[in-house]
Design a protein around this ligand. Structure first.
Ligand SMILES: [Cu+2]
Length: 106
């Protein structure tokens, strides 16, 4: 068998190159800083949305914190941060809000 996939006089596909994808600045920044961390803390004493707001505000003010999510029923506070936070720093923030940090949840 001597078949050619492309006829010699046929139309050739134009040489289009896929656009280069330079890594975005955001991605480069993420790589430099490492993966963001997520830690779940347990806070005692929160009873309503106002408590949640206070704790969220205080922890959000810590350097490197990217997000705070409070589950009022369980007292669990999920903190997203660029790097590991010290428990002391979080304890201080929770204390500042008027509540007690019980510890870190698994
Ligand atoms: Cu409250």
């Amino acid at each position: 068998m001597n078949t050619r996939a492309e006829p010699l006089t046929g139309s050739r596909t134009p040489p289009t190159e896929p656009p280069a994808h330079p890594p975005s600045l955001q991605r480069a920044r993420k790589l430099a800083l490492g993966e963001p961390m997520e830690t779940v803390y347990v806070v005692k004493g929160m009873t309503c949305g106002h408590c949640v707001g206070s704790v969220t505000q205080e922890i959000s003010a810590l350097p490197g914190v990217e997000g705070v999510d409070v589950a009022l029923e369980t007292g669990k506070v999920t903190v997203k941060s660029e790097a590991a936070l010290t428990e002391d720093a979080v304890r201080e923030a929770v204390d500042e809000a008027g509540y007690e940090l019980v510890g870190v949840s698994e």
